[in-house]
Every structure is written in C-alpha cells, then in structure tokens.
Design a protein around this ligand. Structure first.
Ligand code: SF4
Length: 445
C-alpha cells in the first residue's frame, strides 16, 4: 500500500482571516490539539541552518506582490527569484509494487513501467543538495525496496549529507538491513502494516508472494536492530472502520486488531506504533482526504470503539516503546478538523517541500500525480540549467494554484505554517524581528 505523511495537523486554528468570530476562535483554542515537535513546521523553518531559505522566499514574495501592484509581470520578477531547491522532498523511487492493497490510494498509477534513468536521479539529488535540500522521505506511489537501485541511491543520499526516512511495506527488510549501517539517529524507517494478525494483514495487503506474512515481516526487525539500533523503526497502522471504501469497494475493517498490533510491535522490537485514520481521494480533484464528514465522525459509535482500543494500546508504552496517535485522529474526534481546511490563497509549502516521482515533480504529497499539481518532469532537477527553470516553475505554480479552493477538503498538516509564512509576506517588516529558533537538526517537512 502507499502510506502518506499527510495525517498529523498543526495546532493553531486562529489565523488571520479564519471565519467564525471571537467566540468560535475561543472554542477552537480550547479544543486545539497539542502539536508535537516533529510537526511544528514553522519552528523547523526557523532553525538557524535554514532560516535564510525562509527569509529569501519571504523577501522575494513580498517584493513580487508590491511589483505586481505596480504592473510588473511575474516573468520579470522571476529573474530576481532566489535559487533554492526545496528543503525536503518525498521521493517515489518507483511506481512498482509487490502488493495489491485494497485501500491503496495510488492504485491508478502503480506498475506503470515508467522509471527514472538511475544516474539522472542521482544527479537530481546532487543538484538539489547543492541548493539546500536537507531531507528525503523515500516513499511511494510504489514500494521503495523493489527499486533495483534502492541501496545505491540510499548510500548516494547519505553521501550528500541528507536526512532520510523510508516508508516501506516491509517486504524488503533485507534491503533495509543492507543499508542499515549508513543510517543514523536522525534517519528513520516506518513499515505500513495496519494489522495485528497474519490473516488481516494478507486480506488487506494481498502480497503477491505467499511467504510474506506479518510474522515473517516482524522477524526482519530484530536483525536490523542488532546491526544498527541508532535509527527508529516504526509500525504504522492506518485504522480502517466499517463502511470505509476505496477503489469502489469495501475494505477490510481492522479496528479490532489495534491492541494486538501494539503488542506485536513491542515484541518485535519496533520503537513505536502510530495510529492514523484512513484517507481516501476526493472525487472533485483527486486530493487525499478523510472520507467521512465531521458530523458522521462524531455520531459514529465506531469512534468510541477506536478511542477505547487506542487507550488500551497506550498501556503498552514504556521500555523504549511508544504508542503514537495521529493528530488527524484527535481533531476528527474532537470536531476541529474543519479548522485545518482553511488555507491562504497561496500554499507556500510548495516552495519548501515537493514530491519527486517517476511520473514527475509535484507540489504536495496530497496531490501526487494530479495534473494541476505538476511542476515538471521526473528529471527536472537533473542539471543546473533545468534546476533554474524548475525553481521558476515552482514560483509560477505557487501563483497559479489556489489552495483556498483546491485544498478546501484537505485537513492539511501544513495549514499553520502556510499562515505563518503568509503573515510574514504581508508584513515583511516582521522578518527583521524574526529571531532564529532552536537548532533541532530536523529537516523533515
Ligand atoms: S495547502 Fe494544499 S497544497 Fe499546500 S500543503 Fe496543504 S494540502 Fe498541500
């Protein structure tokens, strides 16, 4: 299956222009969900090592808005644009997958046979790293470990000093073992498993090879931990409840295995288990969204069952094992998730975080392979000249892509940071007073 990062949400819900008045703001504040440091993207952009990237973007954007009001064209303004690559990318190394998950949000684009030229992919990563890229989440539209160049590209990226995260379906733990020596405490690996028994695992994921079971995958964790315990390995559990549909079919309910999965994860030496709600695709623009409405969520007794089982699972935390509940789940439960769908006109995160796939370069993990989110083709960062044009294409898309409309159904984890950057652009004088924050050495966006 293809698991996404777009589940946790920011905490602030009181941005300028948000509808609802003071009373609504007070209510929203009272309900707001604690933001974990790894999802505090505004704080990440203020780290001393990357704040220059933020400042350059804000200064250029503020100057462009002023120039536009005076009649300048975007193309003229682009001649003065800063030359940064994104700070962070999601990298789909392949569209090939060895599972047939019933809940896959990328079913349409799997196993297309479209691939990178491996050397040009490495050139692209080198070009980006030279222009400020600091982290890569190797994920997919496919299963990263089936890519024949997986180990080589991982080692290449570590050689460039990049922080790496890998989201895998677990079928290639031998490939993870092969690169384990190259990974450090800032890197991570997360397995999308979503089940507590072999039966449910196989029913949900439909691996093409019979030997792939949940037991078999979990047996692969110990050897990696023995070789290098420095980086965390997570067990990801997307909660699927009755009536969830994907790809025009009902999908397997796994609510009853939440506690079993947590027990299994701890025993198999995972560092944590994380629980997230199921996402589906919006019919209107193919964006990944939570499939149920807020009212349906609140009324549905299944939320009470999920809550009870997660509380039970949390009792297993300790001895270095963590039980993590996605912010998305919390805001669905407390009814604030609509607050995270209110975006500024321009999504600034497109400048700082992009998705590179064999199908092209896209503006956001939510819009993988959606035509209106396309920035360029798959090797669009492979040379210095192409990179300069890609930087201009990114700024053109930020201008063109109306996040207020396109993302109005998305509970966006970047909502808070978008409003933070928007405020700086509208009030560039605040930039002078903006002090660097703490250096966390965490560049995942
Ligand atoms: S505003 Fe839209 S495009 Fe931007 S990060 Fe959120 S979901 Fe993605």
């Amino acid at each position: 299956m293809s698991e996404r990062t777009a589940t946790p949400l920011p905490t602030t819900t009181t941005q300028a222009g948000a509808p609802g008045g003071e009373a609504a703001e007070r209510e929203a504040r009272a309900k707001q969900v604690e933001l974990s440091p790894i999802h505090d993207f505004a704080a990440k952009l203020r780290q001393p090592s990357v704040i220059g990237h933020l400042r350059d973007y804000v200064r250029w954007s503020a100057a462009w808005r002023k120039a536009r009001a005076e009649g300048e064209t975007l193309d003229a303004a682009l001649a003065r644009a800063p030359g940064h690559a994104p700070l962070s990318i999601n990298l789909d190394v392949t569209t090939a997958c060895n599972y047939r998950c019933d809940h896959c949000v990328d079913m349409d684009i799997l196993n297309t046979g479209i691939r990178y030229d491996h050397d040009r992919l490495k050139d692209s990563l080198s070009e980006m790293a030279a222009r400020g890229l600091k982290s890569v989440i190797v994920i997919g539209g496919g299963e990263p470990t089936v890519y024949p160049g997986f180990e080589d590209v991982m080692r290449h990226m570590k050689g460039l000093g990049l922080q790496l995260g890998v989201v895998t379906n677990g079928s290639g733990m031998d490939k993870i073992l092969a690169v384990a020596d190259a990974l450090g405490p800032q890197d991570w690996v997360r397995l999308s498993l979503d089940s507590g028994t072999n039966e449910t695992f196989v029913a949900m994921h439909k691996p093409r090879k019979k030997h792939i079971t949940l037991d078999w995958i979990c047996e692969g964790i110990g050897p990696v931990k023995d070789k290098n315990p420095a980086f965390p390995i997570g067990f990801s559990y997307i909660i699927v409840w009755k009536d969830c549909e994907a790809n025009d079919a009902k999908i397997v309910d796994n609510v009853h295995e939440i506690v079993l999965a947590a027990e299994r994860a701890k025993k198999a030496r995972f560092d944590y288990i994380s629980f997230k709600p199921f996402l589906t695709r919006a019919e209107r623009n193919n964006a990944e969204i939570v499939g149920l409405t807020q009212e349906e969520q609140r009324l549905d007794p299944v939320m009470a069952e999920i809550r009870g089982r997660i509380e039970e699972a949390k009792k297993l935390a300790g001895d270095g094992f963590r039980v993590i509940e996605s912010t998305n789940l919390k805001v669905l439960e407390n009814g604030t998730y609509r607050n995270y769908t209110d975006q500024p006109r321009h999504c600034h995160m497109q400048y700082f975080r992009q998705v590179l796939s064999p199908l092209g370069l896209y503006n956001c993990p939510v819009y993988r392979h959606v035509p209106q989110a396309l920035i360029g083709e798959k090797h669009t960062y492979a040379t210095a000249e192409a990179t300069a044009e890609t930087q201009r294409s990114t700024l053109r898309l930020i201008e063109r892509f109306d996040a207020r409309d396109e993302c109005k159904e998305v509970t966006c984890l970047y909502n808070h940071v978008n409003w933070f950057v928007e405020d700086l652009i509208e009030h560039p004088e605040k930039l002078d007073a903006l002090a660097p924050g703490e250096e966390r050495h965490d560049y995942f966006l």
